[in-house]
Design a protein around this ligand. Structure first.
Ligand SMILES: [Fe+2]
Length: 299
């Protein structure tokens, strides 16, 4: 983030949450910006935008939050290599027409990003009711690979299958794609649901995720980024790090911390608390990624 956003706006952030409370937010954002200016790869992950969700008690700015994030990202002096939306781009609906209307609107708003290298993948809200049919019409295939600089990216769809599974066909594909890569190459996997059993009672898992982790395990430098749980979360399975991103519209409670998985209501004293997006840059001379969490700024 750079001078494109007024410094006074950054000062308003103090008290919002996380590491930002104790840091000079302008400097923090500047540091992330400088990292993204280096030759190394950088990307931004946005997750769970839930376009179509419209409960003002949960987020009265349901129509504006995504647009604010896009304006913030557009104002960054150094643009990342790509931006990925890691699922639940739209909020679920039983109506196939409405689902498509939401997809169309989300695509139009996301099209406002200055950077055009944008990757999309589905969440169960997008794809769980029609096996990804509408999502594919608007955003293309749901599992794919791509490369940026020296990093290999693999997008795994664990949302289109309504049983919270990847499925054997896709697992075979994953295995074949991994076999093309050296055991020490840099690999990033994007999924919507966590691959490990974070909290299956709340569907915070992937039924056959252990099979995917088994496929990844022989590779020394694999990191998984995901969404779905609407909060930052970090977990290791062996040497593989799993990083959950916050949602873009509302936070959810910590796994199992309350009896029901309910959206956390809006707090007028701390607007946009618990929502936002992140940038990721590979660590220098080490495995893993430096993450910077960006809040939504009230403008
Ligand atoms: Fe979600």
């Amino acid at each position: 983030m750079d001078k494109g956003i007024d410094r006074r706006d950054f000062l308003k952030l103090i008290g919002i949450g996380g590491a930002l409370i104790v840091m000079d937010t302008g400097r923090l954002a500047g540091a992330a910006d400088n990292k993204m200016a280096q030759d190394t790869l950088s990307f931004i992950q946005l997750s769970d935008t839930h376009w179509g969700f419209n409960d003002p008690k949960i987020n009265p700015d349901f129509a504006g939050t995504l647009r604010k994030a896009i304006a913030q990202i557009n104002s960054m002096k150094s643009q990342p290599d790509f931006i990925i939306f890691s699922g639940d781009v739209t909020h679920t609906t039983d109506d196939p027409k409405e689902r498509r209307r939401r997809m169309g609107e989300a695509r139009e708003i996301i099209g406002g990003l200055r950077l055009k290298n944008v990757k999309m993948m589905p969440g169960e809200h997008d794809a769980g009711l029609d096996n990804g049919e509408a999502f594919q019409e608007y955003f293309g295939t749901t599992h794919y690979t791509f490369q940026q600089k020296d990093v290999n990216f693999i997008v795994v769809d664990n949302a289109s299958d309504s049983t919270s599974s990847i499925g054997d066909t896709q697992l075979q594909w994953l295995s074949a794609e991994m076999e093309k890569l050296d055991k020490d190459s840099r690999i990033v996997v994007f999924t919507h649901r966590p691959l490990f059993e974070l909290y299956p009672q709340w569907d915070w898992w992937t039924r056959d995720g252990a099979k995917a982790i088994d496929i990844l395990m022989p590779y020394k430098n694999v990191v998984v980024f995901y969404g779905h749980i609407h909060q930052e979360h970090h977990h290791m399975t062996g040497h593989i790090a799993h990083h959950a991103a916050r949602g873009m519209l509302f936070p959810l409670p910590a796994p199992g911390s309350v009896p029901k998985r309910v959206q956390i209501p809006w707090d007028n004293d701390q607007p946009y608390k618990g929502v936002g997006y992140r940038s990721a840059v590979p660590k220098k001379d080490a495995y893993g990624y430096d993450l910077t969490e960006f809040p939504i700024i009230k403008v």
